[in-house]
Ligand binder design. Structure first.
Ligand code: ZN
Length: 412
């Protein structure tokens, strides 16, 4: 295949004609979720929207002001997915989403350069690569890279960029002896037409179908962010090129500014400050838990030492947990007292515990849970769960009081 976008990688507009338009369905990402969308696959006489290939994602753009949502390759054809039909033979004016395309060109040519230098300098072959949305990854056939090697690699690729090395595209036939000499990971099975060779003058020749910058200076710079362990003794080298470096720096700086204002200390002390906060939060959580336990014991003791105490004990506390409620129930004892405890948001959701004489709790538990629109379970005189309508606590208390009165009348 050889499209206009491969011959003239910098061309942003192009007029051609529609060859075919076939109704179809296409899986697309809509608001971060994959959806099947009905539309049409349109093939043009020639195309400037790049269909995916060589690790480079497909282009976006418009045809006669209709957005092209996806471009895929099928043999020698580039299928343009649109949601409105374009009649066969009709004139088509195409425009490339240039910001997206140029970003892809910078990452892709950047990959060729890093791949070439890693091979020349260290003999590390590239086994695959991925042009990511934020950062790109080159899989190198080595179990690891030393920090000095990374530094050297970054310095060397940026020297080549500063030297404004030209990048040339050659088209040769499949049987040309040149094809055997260049770096390649093989042609796809459905390859058709001439072979494209991307040459970084004096550095590298590589078989590739992607769109590339015409001069390394158009990469602006390459930043190697780091290296991670890959699969099976390989390493993943993470990099960004061109405008992405400016965008990334922008993001980093605004995060840094926000942290400086939150932590009230300069960037060189951010890590130290966060570490200190995390440690103190852990300590506070621990002491808070101890206080909550002590409070539970004291609350129970205060109730038990009240000579005028009744047979019902209810308590709501915003801050608390199941343990807090169970300690109170244990301390008060449940043979004679009916205990109804809740923790959480007073009007919305929280936890509840009903404890007391076994047969009372057995019959009242599910009713209490229902009143609070919650979900609970229990046995041996304890019924607890989650409540979704805490505002109905007073209704529950009334129910419990009535049940106690009925219970004592029965006993008399
Ligand atoms: Zn390539």
């Amino acid at each position: 295949m050889a499209y206009q976008c491969q011959r003239e990688c910098y061309q942003q507009q192009f007029s051609t004609t529609v060859v075919s338009c076939i109704p179809t369905e296409q899986k697309l990402e809509v608001n971060g979720r994959k959806e099947t969308v009905k539309g049409f696959h349109v093939v043009f006489k020639d195309a400037i929207l790049f269909p995916e290939g060589g690790g480079q994602p497909d282009d976006r753009g418009v045809v006669n002001d209709i957005p092209v949502l996806r471009v895929t390759r099928q043999g020698a054809d580039a299928l343009h997915f649109v949601t409105s039909p374009l009649p066969e033979g009709c004139e088509a004016h195409m425009k490339v989403d240039w910001e997206r395309r140029f970003d892809h060109m910078q990452q892709h040519s950047g990959q060729h350069l890093i791949t070439a230098i890693a091979d020349i300098e260290f003999g590390y072959k590239t086994t695959s690569w991925e042009l990511g949305r934020q950062r790109s990854v080159i899989e190198l056939d080595t179990p690891g890279l030393k920090p000095e090697q990374m530094e050297f690699l970054e310095r060397t690729v940026n020297e080549k960029i500063r030297a404004s090395v030209p990048v040339n595209v050659k088209e040769v036939s499949v049987d040309d002896p040149l094809v055997e000499q260049v770096r390649s990971r093989g042609l796809p099975d459905d390859h058709a037409g001439p072979v494209r060779i991307i040459e970084i003058e004096g550095v590298d020749s590589n078989m590739c179908c992607g769109t590339h910058v015409s001069n390394l200076s158009h990469l602006q710079a390459i930043k190697i962010l780091g290296v991670e362990k890959g699969k099976k003794n390989k390493s993943n080298l993470i990099f960004i090129a061109g405008n992405r470096i400016l965008q990334y720096t922008d993001q980093c700086f605004s995060v840094e500014k926000a942290l400086t204002s939150l932590l009230k200390t300069g960037p060189e002390k951010h890590v130290e400050a966060v570490d200190k906060i995390q440690k103190s939060v852990k300590m506070l959580q621990k002491s808070n838990l101890n206080l909550l336990r002590d409070l539970a014991v004291l609350t129970a003791q205060a109730f038990k030492s009240d000579p005028k105490r009744g047979k019902l004990f209810t308590l709501h506390r915003k801050e608390g947990d199941n343990e807090f409620m169970n300690i109170i129930a244990n301390e008060i004892g449940t043979e004679e007292t009916l205990i109804f405890l809740t923790v959480g948001d007073e009007k919305a959701t929280g936890l509840f515990l009903l404890a007391g004489p076994v047969e009372m709790v057995d019959s009242l538990g599910p009713r209490v849970s229902e009143m609070l629109e919650g979900k609970g379970a229990g046995k041996n005189g304890r019924y607890q769960g989650r409540a979704n309508r805490m505002s109905r606590r007073s209704e529950v208390t009334t129910l419990l009081q009535e049940s106690l009165e009925l219970h004592s009348q029965q006993e008399e």
